[in-house]
Design a protein around this ligand. Sequence first.
Ligand code: NI
Length: 136
Amino acid sequence: MPKVRVTRRVHFSAAHRLHNPALTDEENARIYGPCNHPNWHGHNYEMDVTVEGEPDPRTGYLVDLGELRDVADEVIGQMDHRNLNLDVPWLQGVIPSTENLVVAIWNQLAPRVPRGRLARIVLWETPRNYAEYTGE
Ligand code: NI
């Protein structure tokens, strides 16, 4: 059977602050620039969730995209219109860089994928910056 990949694109908006408490305020400001602003700032995130596997011969689907959307919404719903530093239990103690977020989201999403296996997540923080993770 052919192995294919299907992708669902989802969106969420969230506030965060990049700050490492182990560093001085000066180091934080130098490393993170405006993303270190104490009173938070927001991003409109776009995320591509890619699942890989063989299509079910009965349906022709690798994964029902409605079901994939629902499980993505379970995870996104915990971040959308929230403060990533304060409001999300599984991001406590995580510096919410795009790199760290894409890995944390993977860990939430991978066990929920209803069919096939999670192959790739691409997380866009701005239209010009993204991080991707394939579980390695
Ligand atoms: Ni930021």
